[in-house]
Design a protein around this ligand. Structure first.
Ligand code: ISL
Ligand code: CA
Length: 546
């Protein structure tokens, strides 16, 4: 297997709007990130990924870009960006940005032009039709086809109406995207996370989807379009291969069986992608906002399936939460009695699977979901549109509240909790989204003052991972696959071997796996004792010594 810096790195995702405000307007910004670089360095991460920072009217918090070469007004200026990039590099870290190539904002110059007339040179930058071509549903409610008065035509938008889909069939549009990538690479950034990349090539036979099965429509119709791999290869040859940079694709709609089509090194497309299988594990018949229980055996199996599919031919990202999903400790751990223990256990999972781990801001202090009292307090366009749709249909949306509290994206978007001062050290003004009231007990200041904190557990594990390439490149074998409480696996190569035990329950039990214990030593745990019993949410790494 080829060894590269991006396989050996750990990524930290910043949601800039919620990270650190420096000027009191209640919105995080680039100067705020600069103020916190030493904190990130102390933690020991290698790569910073910033969610979109380009100019945007913020219908979807920057995932609707109106100028790919300018900084969002609220976040600062290009000078601020240059200072941030220099600050990251000075500290020996790398910086990757979020590229949103599937759609632009409707306020982008291209769209403003395109809607003017049928023969406008930018018309073909988007997908137009005289009638809605399909029954497709947008991610953010309603049809994916919107009539534009000025254009006298319908345009396609898989996300909100303010996010028209770009037409990658058009070579000029592809050229524009390549130029944008070069612009940022020439500035010195180290790569891109690429938003919904599996969607860029459309099915021009425009098949209808099953209106009762959105996940299937995503998988079979929106993703993996006919020319996708041609576009990815072109992007690699024309742009990425000319720089020492990395790309990680958001692998929505990608499954183990087609994963290597994206990341097999010999195909020269993307370096990595992250998968969604564990994210949808609790989606019920009604989808995301109809959550159901999930089983640990299923959860483990899907990580095994991914590892076996990729093996040593490509590479993936390991992601347990991000700005689109609930907090990992609330979702896969226990965010009350065993919050600390389970947050550490999940950290161990994140940092010892094969793949480049991505830590989402706040996970390193065990931040938890928020439960706002009313649907009107939610900001996310997904929730706002869903509530509006229910009201327009004459239905009372309040029964949605518990599901939104559990599944909503704002769970991960409340401001970073730096200390216990009135606005958690995030801002001196009014935060754009309410703080999670947990900030008085869960915050960075507290974590840094407690040598037993989740923060230091991450820090130690990050350092340990660096010293032990077996945990990076080594093979993976699942142990005790049927256990509904224990996630256990072996990582090994020619020289070293590790056993990892993760208790996904509040029960205490004897380790059920056959091990020649005398050959192993315990090197890391979130508890002090070393009995061959696991405490609630305990995690352990053993190293083979003979
Ligand atoms: O959060 C989701 C909706 O329930 C996801 O399905 C999400 O829409 C999907 O993962 C795509 O996410 C990315 O593109 C979106 C943006 O809203 C997300 O924040 C981004 O991560 C559109 O650009
Ligand atoms: Ca600000």
């Amino acid at each position: 297997m080829t060894k590269t810096w991006w396989k050996e790195s750990v990524i930290y995702q910043i949601y800039p709007r919620s990270f650190q405000d420096s000027n009191g307007d209640g919105i995080g910004d680039l100067q705020g990130i600069i103020q916190r670089l030493d904190y990130l360095k102390l933690l020991g991460i290698d790569i910073l990924w910033l969610s979109p920072i380009f100019k945007s009217p913020n219908d979807d918090n920057g995932y609707d870009v109106s100028d790919y070469r300018a900084i969002m007004d609220e976040f600062g200026t290009m000078q601020d960006f240059d200072a941030l990039l220099a600050g990251v590099h000075e500290r020996g870290m790398k910086l990757i940005l979020d590229l949103v190539p599937n759609h632009s904002s409707d306020e982008h110059f291209w769209f403003q032009e395109a809607r003017k007339s049928k023969d406008n040179p930018y018309r073909d930058y988007y997908h137009w039709a005289d009638e809605p071509r399909t029954n497709w549903q947008s991610f953010f409610s309603g049809s994916t086809w919107e009539y534009d008065e000025q254009a006298e035509a319908y345009y396609l938008h898989l996300f909100s109406k303010k996010q028209p889909d770009l037409n990658w069939e058009n070579p000029k549009l592809r050229q524009e995207m390549h130029d944008i990538m070069r612009f940022w690479f020439d500035k010195g950034i180290d790569g891109f996370r690429i938003d919904v990349i599996p969607f860029i090539s459309k099915r021009l036979d425009w098949p209808d989807g099953d209106p009762n099965n959105f996940e299937q429509t995503i998988l079979e119709i929106y993703s993996n379009g006919p020319r996708l791999h041609e576009y990815l290869n072109e992007m690699y040859e024309e742009v990425c291969s000319k720089y020492d940079v990395m790309t990680v694709g958001e692998g929505i709609g990608v499954k183990p069986h087609n994963s290597l089509e994206y990341v097999d090194e010999s195909r020269r497309e993307l370096n990595m992608l992250y998968h969604f299988d564990h994210v949808t594990i609790n989606y019920g018949p009604g989808g995301k906002y109809d959550p159901v229980d999930w089983k640990l055996s299923t959860f483990k199996q899907l990580f095994l399936d991914w590892d076996q599919a990729i093996e040593d031919k490509g590479w993936i990202n390991i992601v347990l939460d991000n700005h689109d999903f609930p907090r990992m400790v609330s979702r896969y751990g226990d965010d009350s009695t065993y919050r600390k223990e389970s947050a550490k256990m999940l950290a161990m999972m994140l940092l010892t699977l094969r793949g480049t781990p991505c830590i989402y801001q706040g996970s390193e202090i065990g931040m938890i979901n928020v439960a706002f009292d009313s649907l009107d307090e939610y900001d996310d366009v997904e929730v706002v549109n869903m509530v509006r749709e229910w009201r327009e249909a004459g239905k009372d949306p309040s029964p949605l509240l518990p599901a939104v509290q559990q599944q909503g994206r704002d769970n991960a978007r409340t401001p970073m909790q730096w200390d216990d001062s009135p606005d958690a050290g995030f801002t001196s003004g009014t935060p754009w989204l309410k703080l999670n009231p947990s900030f008085s007990t869960i915050n960075v200041q507290k974590a840094l003052a407690d040598s037993n904190s989740i923060f230091y557990f991450y820090k130690d594990l990050l350092a340990y991972r660096k010293l032990n390439p077996t945990l990076i490149y080594g093979a993976f074998e699942l142990l005790a696959p049927d256990s509904e409480q224990l996630f256990a696996y072996r990582r090994w190569d020619a020289d070293h071997e590790f056993l990892i035990f993760l208790n996904f329950s509040s029960d205490s039990f004897a380790i059920e796996v056959e091990v020649e214990w005398e050959k192993y030593e315990l090197v890391k745990s979130n508890y002090a004792d070393s009995e061959k019993r696991l405490n609630p949410w305990e995690c352990r790494i053993y190293r083979r010594v003979s």
